[in-house]
Design a binder for this molecule. Structure first.
Ligand code: GLN
Length: 240
């Protein structure tokens, strides 16, 4: 029997892909293979044709200048992304793309970069940078370990759930203790590091959601996550 295909789309890897974000793509690819699927990774950069068959969409962070470069293209595919989100396609957007999946990012220079508004959040550039290791606690995913580096501070709109509560570090902003945002199967977060190697429970949420949606059931293989557990243990001991 030919293996079931699962396609991951990485948005703007040329401009939005820092602090290890590509690791998230590698983790999804490898775990899908371990579960027995034929995993494929497609890059989408400005001007590309948006692929018709996509199962998981991921995107990373970038400098303000990188966000500037991809913003017009992102707005042009925004309706497509919103439709896919409403069809429950799982997505993971980190830092710079998390900000642009929100309503807008107002840079510290006062420039307003309009976002696609898929997440009801707003971001304001500040002079202080929020940098360091970060730990969250989440009802859905338990403890989440990562690394943050951003000057944009994000505020959740009404009824928007965060990804988690900050236990160490800053998160969305320096005041309210929330980190990230959730909408249907979309996760926005500031956590680089990269996120998925140390948080396989989030990788499996994306994978299982995508596969069940497409094929109706999910592999019952169990992956040996002892290395990931050791990485989590080490991350838990790191100072801010
Ligand atoms: N330029 C944005 C900020 O500093 C995003 C940074 C990032 O993606 N790491 O807020």
């Amino acid at each position: 029997m030919s293996r079931q295909i699962v396609t991951i789309l990485q948005l703007y890897p040329r401009d939005m892909n820092i602090y290890g974000d590509y690791g998230n793509a590698l983790v999804l690819l490898r775990r899908l293979q371990w579960y027995g699927y034929d995993a494929r990774l497609i890059a989408y950069n400005p001007g590309d044709v948006f692929p018709s068959d996509v199962d998981i969409i991921i995107g990373g962070g970038g400098q303000d200048s990188g966000q500037d470069k991809i913003q017009a293209d992102l707005l042009s595919i925004g309706p497509r992304l919103k439709k896919l989100a409403d069809e429950d396609v799982p997505m993971l957007m980190i830092c710079g793309l998390y900000q642009l999946f929100g309503k807008f990012f107002e840079t510290s220079a006062g420039e307003v970069l309009e976002g696609i508004g898929l997440l009801n959040v707003e971001t304001y550039g500040k002079s202080e940078r929020l940098i360091g290791n970060i730990i969250l606690e989440s009802e859905e995913f338990g403890l989440i370990y990562g690394y943050e580096n951003h000057s944009g501070q994000t505020y959740l709109g009404k009824l928007v759930k965060p990804l988690g509560q900050v236990r160490m570090g800053a998160g969305n902003n320096s005041t309210d203790n929330f980190e990230g945002a959730r909408y249907r199967n979309v996760i926005g977060s500031y956590l680089h590091g990269s996120l998925l190697p140390k948080n396989p429970q989030i990788a499996d949420f994306l994978i299982e959601t995508a596969v069940t949606k497409k094929y109706g059931s999910f592999s019952d293989d169990v992956i040996d996550d002892s290395f990931a557990f050791r990485a989590r243990k080490a991350a838990a001991k790191r100072p801010r």
